[in-house]
Write a protein that binds this ligand. Structure first.
Ligand SMILES: O=C(O)C[C@H]1C=CC(=O)O1
Ligand SMILES: [Mn+2]
Length: 369
């Protein structure tokens, strides 16, 4: 039986300012959910977002309030091992709130996998890979600093895929910044950009042409999320891969984007999808439509990152790797043992459930009062 559900806001400073077209982050607010069951088993979930309300329609505070006030009371007293029934109830009664639903579903599945003594991946159909390629995001805002950071990551053998956050400056200033980094890192790295919706379609035509010619491998969400037709026109126009991110809020969007032939790649995010099982549905639509997969992040800490890793471990094809580096952007860890990054890969945890343990002392020391 589900005994109680608690939510925590945990403010963690980042290792450096993280500049995106939608927000500059100096701190990340982790939204964590603990679900305790009458059989003594505890499950954890995460509903972290980016930039307050700067990125998505749910803020850390609204997610906490909505879980505490509306979602937890629906679930307390229900059978904890009946995950599908519990989530069916939540999905029937609660509109929207994809991030909150994701955290609740993660906690239920974590608890159930622990109960069964298996890694979460095995409840999701089973893993086909034990490690995932991980990109690093260069977003200091300074070209020389970004190049130095990229060189350091290559030397550490931690990352060889780099995503550059652009869209704040003039299109051609951003292009010059990206191409300088691409020239410095050369064939040793895959360089990609994320515009976070900042460009008009005409900006995008100019910018993408120059980036493609300069050897950039992928263009993420160049135009507004709602402008599916423009994304489709850019996909038809250019050879370089176009990725849908903010345009993709779950399985229905995955289908609509596929029907519009609007993207080469989907950024699969468990929070944006509204949960782990909807994220698997996004991946299935992509597979059927011939769209490539990329494991995306909302810069979550260890819980959400581990959950996404379990999901991505089940993908037969993962042509574009992942960006599951969230915990590495934070100055403090909430896990007892950090996730393992080596040889350019994140190791998918092997223990029961998510395979990670929360350090309650550390969590409490950073918890917002
Ligand atoms: O992809 C996004 O738009 C969100 C996020 C992921 C990595 C990062 O730096 O920001
Ligand atoms: Mn993105």
């Amino acid at each position: 039986m589900i005994q109680n559900i608690e939510t925590y806001l945990v403010d963690v400073p980042t290792i450096r300012p993280h500049r995106m077209s939608v927000a500059t982050m100096n701190t990340q607010t982790l939204v964590l959910v603990r679900l305790r069951c009458a059989d003594g088993i505890t499950g954890w979930g995460e509903a972290t977002t980016i930039g307050g309300l700067g990125y998505g329609g749910e803020s850390p505070e609204s997610i906490k309030t909505n879980i505490d006030t509306y979602i937890a009371p629906l679930l307390v007293g229900m059978e904890a091992s009946e995950v599908a029934k519990a989530m069916a109830r939540v999905r029937k009664v609660i509109q929207g709130n994809r991030f909150a639903k994701c955290a609740i579903e993660t906690a239920l599945l974590d608890a159930q996998a622990r109960r069964l003594g298996v890694p979460l991946s095995e409840l999701l159909g089973g893993r086909v890979r034990d490690a995932l390629p991980v990109a690093w995001v260069l977003a200091s805002g300074d070209t020389a600093r970004d190049i130095a950071e990229g060189e350091k990551m290559l030397e550490l053998r931690r990352h060889r895929i780099f995503k550059l956050k652009i869209g704040l400056r003039d299109v051609m200033d951003d292009v010059a910044h990206v191409l300088e980094i691409k020239r410095a890192l050369g064939e040793r790295a895959s360089v990609r950009v994320d515009v976070n919706q900042a460009w008009s379609e005409t900006d995008a035509v100019r910018g993408i042409a120059a980036l493609e010619a300069g050897g950039v491998d992928l263009i993420e969400q160049p135009v507004k999320a709602g402008n599916r037709a423009a994304l489709a026109r850019l996909k038809q126009r250019f050879d370089v891969a176009i990725m849908a991110d903010e345009a993709l809020h779950g399985p229905a969007d995955a289908l609509a984007l596929a029907q519009a032939d609007a993207a080469d790649v989907y950024a699969v995010k468990i929070t944006q999808s509204g949960g782990l099982l909807p994220a698997l549905e996004v991946a299935t639509v992509a597979r059927l439509a011939g769209v490539g997969l990329y494991g995306g992040t909302m810069l979550e800490g260890g819980v959400g990152t581990a959950a996404t890793a379990h999901v991505c471990s089940t993908f037969a094809e993962l042509a574009w790797g992942t960006e599951l580096f969230g915990p590495l952007l934070l100055t403090q860890e909430v896990l007892r043992e950090p996730l393992v990054y080596r040889d350019f890969m994140l190791q998918v945890p092997t223990g029961p459930g998510l395979g990670v343990e929360i350090d309650m002392d550390k969590l409490r020391s950073m918890q917002r009062q």
